[in-house]
Design a protein around this ligand. Structure first.
Ligand SMILES: Nc1ncnc2c1ncn2[C@@H]1O[C@H](COP(=O)(O)OP(=O)(O)OP(=O)(O)O)[C@@H](O)[C@H]1O
Ligand SMILES: [Mg+2]
Length: 494
């Protein structure tokens, strides 16, 4: 924000003088400063000499150093450099290579001036976002999260406390919650902290094993006990002796099997299918489900006695939409893990992109969030995930109701890092300068003309942005907005 009046700089690298000339003319029609280089070598030298341009247009086919080579030199000298590649010969190969080596975009010649300008606008906006995100420091140290469970929200703190309480004994724990909320993660954490940590942890997904096989799977079978039982086989309970069994999706277990599980819990013994011998097993049972077991007990599809046996301690995993303040740290954790495993190059998320994630409802909970981060981190060309790198359906949530209200007013002289100031609009002449007053006038006009009440949405939007700006620190975000922390949390949940 130091020199908002300094025009963006663009470097055009092409060995064809005509192309340089016409591109220069198109780009110079805006308040952009355009420089030219007549070869890959010359272009690379200019970027290295610095100051690096805000954007580079680079031809792929040139005599001497090729565009793809130049791209690699440029990106290794300045990993943040945004480069748009140009070519007259569009093959899958070159497009793939271009994106692989971190090009921002790829454009075919001959170009349509309007498209070139729109592309440059996007790139310069991304450049501003990257610069704004540049001085972010990681707030989370991945080594502090060996558990793999991240979350500082009050509800998650309660979960951690209960995990701590149940690790000292062999008490049975029932973990409930929507899909993707971390039920298995919690089960593993209980096991890792218990005295059984040195012994096996075996997860059995009751929904994935057909009813006629599950008993053999759990308790083993004797030779010849059913067609196909060609030899004796040990079940999970015997294999897990001394350890912990995690019965996942227990709500999908057949009634007959439920009876046998009850017997393990009551007497600590099993019988192999087709066998007569009673075998003592020492196994701790943890169970999980996303079904409503109470309703199943009422409907007599789940044994009431087993329900009480399993439900000694209950851990209810809160859905992610009820703890949006955990989103920034989960994001950071996922990104650091991905980079550590060399699965992605983007290690940061721009504040505006984070605000989009904080605002989303996450029906798939943490698993969905993880997938979104992974996908976005893989496709982001730079070291920072921008809004444009997020999946289209998430980006679409910014509009169509809230987005026009927040992006339509024209802006003068505020630079493009502000969410109210998309670079494309900043250029328009005769636009009134954006002040709190004009913004309010504009919002009020939107409120009056909106089909649905817009105020709750605006409040929620501001809450999400504040939370993102404060890296998920709910207390600081509340302070920023001048409201209490519970009020902020209420806004986010609405
Ligand atoms: N608090 C958390 N912090 C970091 N990662 C998490 C957290 N909770 C869940 N995850 C990750 O989200 C994914 C889903 O978690 P998990 O498999 O434990 O969920 P689940 O409740 O068992 O889901 P399902 O009901 O679909 O089986 C995993 O990759 C897990 O590592
Ligand atoms: Mg699971």
């Amino acid at each position: 924000m130091s020199a908002p009046t300094k025009p963006p700089t663009i470097l055009v690298i092409d060995d064809d003088a005509e192309i340089r000339y016409s591109l220069n003319r198109v780009l110079s029609s805006r308040a952009w400063q355009v420089a030219e280089a007549a070869s890959g070598e010359q272009g690379v030298a200019l970027v290295k000499k610095g100051p690096p341009p805000d954007l580079v247009f680079l031809d792929i086919r040139m005599g001497g150093m090729s565009g793809l080579e130049a791209l690699q030199h440029i990106r290794s000298a300045n990993p943040k450099q945004l480069v748009i590649l140009m070519t007259a010969f569009g093959t899958a190969q070159t497009a793939i290579e271009a994106m692989k080596f971190g090009a921002f975009d790829y454009v075919m010649k001959p170009f349509d001036p309007a498209k070139v300008l729109a592309l440059a606008d996007n790139a310069l906006k991304a450049h501003a976002d990257l610069r704004a995100a540049g001085d972010q420091k990681p707030t989370l140290n991945i080594d502090d999260y060996r558990e793999g469970i991240v979350g500082s929200s009050p509800v998650m703190q309660d979960v951690f406390k209960v995990i701590g309480q149940v690790t000292a004994s062999d008490v049975t724990v029932m973990i409930t919650g929507e899909s993707g909320t971390g039920k298995e993660l919690v089960a593993r954490s209980i096991w890792k902290h218990s005295h059984r940590a040195g012994k096996p942890f075996i997860a059995v997904n009751c929904a994935a094993i057909p009813d006629n096989l599950i008993e053999s799977e759990l308790f083993g079978h004797e030779k010849g006990s059913f067609t196909g039982a060609t030899g004796q086989r040990l079940g999970k309970f015997e294999l897990c002796d001394g350890g912990t069994i995690f019965l996942d999706e227990i709500g999908d277990m057949a009634l007959a099997t439920q009876t046998k599980i009850l017997r393990v819990l009551q007497a600590g013994e099993i019988q192999r299918v087709g066998g007569t011998e009673t075998i003592k097993v020492d196994v701790r049972i943890l169970a999980a489900t996303n079904k409503d077991l109470e309703a199943m007990v009422k409907a007599k599809t789940f044994r009431e006695d087993l329900y009480y046996r399993l439900n000694v301690v209950r851990i209810k995993m809160p859905p992610l939409r009820e703890r949006p303040e955990d989103i920034p740290s989960i994001v950071e954790f996922c990104l650091q893990s991905l980079v550590k495993q060399r699965k992605a190059r983007a290690a940061k998320l721009a504040p505006e992109a984070l605000a989009v994630l904080v605002r989303h409802r996450w029906p798939g909970n943490v698993r969905e969030l993880e997938n979104v981060i992974y996908r976005s981190a893989v496709i982001a060309p730079g070291d920072t995930i921008l809004v444009k790198d997020l999946p289209a359906d998430l980006r679409a949530e910014v509009g169509p109701t809230a987005a026009p209200a927040l992006s339509a007013p024209a802006v003068a002289g505020t630079g493009s890092a502000s969410p109210f100031a998309p670079a494309a609009l900043a250029e328009e002449a005769d636009a009134p300068a954006l002040t709190v007053g004009t913004a309010l006038d504009y919002l009020f006009a939107q409120l009056k003309s909106a089909d649905a009440p817009l105020l709750p949405q605006i409040e929620r939007e501001l809450a999400a942005r504040a939370l993102a700006a404060e890296s998920g620190d709910a207390a600081k975000a509340a302070k920023l907005l001048g409201i209490t922390k519970p009020a902020l949390q209420k806004l986010l949940k609405e």
